[in-house]
Ligand binder design. Sequence first.
Ligand SMILES: Nc1nc2c(ncn2[C@@H]2O[C@H](COP(=O)(O)OP(=O)(O)O)[C@@H](O)[C@H]2O)c(=O)[nH]1
Ligand SMILES: [Mg+2]
Length: 460
Amino acid sequence: MKSLFDSFSKLVSKIRGLTYIDDETLREILREIQRALLKADVSVEIVYNLTKNIERKFKKGKIPEGISPKDYLIYVLYNELVELLGGEQVPEIDIKKRPYKLMLVGIEGSGKTTSAAKLAYYYMRYKKLKVGLIQTDIRRPGAQDQLRQLAQRIGALFYGDPGHHDPVKIALEGIEFMLSNKVDLIIVDTAGRHKSETDLMEEIKTLYSTVQPDEVMLVIDATEGKQAASQAEAFAKYVPIHSIFLTKMDSTARGGGALMSVIKTGAKIKFIGVGEDVSEIEVFNPRRFVSRLLGLGDLETLVEKVRALEEEEKIVQEVEKEVEEGKLTLLTVKKQIETILKLGPLSKLLQLLPTSMFPAQVLSRLDEEQMQLTQQKLRRWLAILQSMTLEELLHPEILDSSRIKRIARGSGTSPREVKELLQYYNLLKRLITEMKRSRKRVPKSLLKQLNANLGELGLG
Ligand SMILES: Nc1nc2c(ncn2[C@@H]2O[C@H](COP(=O)(O)OP(=O)(O)O)[C@@H](O)[C@H]2O)c(=O)[nH]1
Ligand SMILES: [Mg+2]
């Protein structure tokens, strides 16, 4: 895994060091991305599609103002990698049902027994659950002792029996034992070796119907690289696979390929193993993983910023369109305020406002303190707008005094404030109509009125 991290962080510093990005440098960067991924055993098809997408999105995408092309390229790369690794969604880790039965399956040596202990450790330590471990593997010499000792180390309950010749009996007795001990989470470890694959799969199937687990987690060794997917597919033929635990991400360069191939089958990776110790378990979070992969502490900030700016661009266009058509609804005002609040004072905010809300000459005089006041005011206005129904947002003329009272109550403001917002909105609409009619400058008288209004907000 290290080498993938190394090559990507090198790549990112290289992009950051570029003075410009032309077709030639872009091609070179894309080639390097390909090399890094192929080295990590990512399939040729995935690599090809990924770099094609990056190229297309970088060339076609409108780079938001205030973002440099190289930052935008990093952003596109980040987005594509996150997508490949399962998207924004973080796997559901919390256990809702008590007791919850989790059964681990996988071939011998994949890391089942180690991962069983890691899971117990994780849920005990971070979710404060009472956890029990059951060892049904009677084939691998030492498997019973291995899990017993691990359980002892972390303080989990254990059930197993080295003298037994029937895994199903161990499972039944084990569950009985865990239930009488009021365990929240029961983890059942299974064997991974048999005379033949069919024998193994038959045993797992029988155990599955005996244990009736709430979740079957397949344990796969990341050193398998892109072959990992075929294991997931093979097991899925016999038992439902609800989630994946990918082990040995620390000890292989092929982790990237393993991750991506497994995700492509539609399986959900929940945890990764990053070392031999019981504590070396991580929840698999695509965004966090990619941030680390690209070696950027400030990546999330960059991503948030580009996203907010893209969102802003959409709203600016919406406002412009409504202005163009001579109408402006409160719904758009609401979206605008939401975006402004999200972006904070660092952004294009100051240029966004004058397009419809505040005259530029007022805003150019805004200082820190006034900015704070504006934000406070906008937050209260947003609360008001959030208390309105869609119909009210689209047709503010229906707002009578009883509706205004309701909205004020719902937003924790006063009817006076609601009216103030409506006044402001009406003024804005007039301003827009005037601008449209005159196609010239805003009439002085109107501007004066607006300024006075803003003065009350601490903006004048
Ligand atoms: N480096 C590393 N080794 C691991 C990890 N998980 C398991 N192992 C090792 O893989 C080997 C097989 O593990 P084991 O749990 O016995 O596999 P099982 O046969 O599926 O039960 C052991 O030497 C473990 O220490 C991991 O995340 N990282
Ligand atoms: Mg084992």
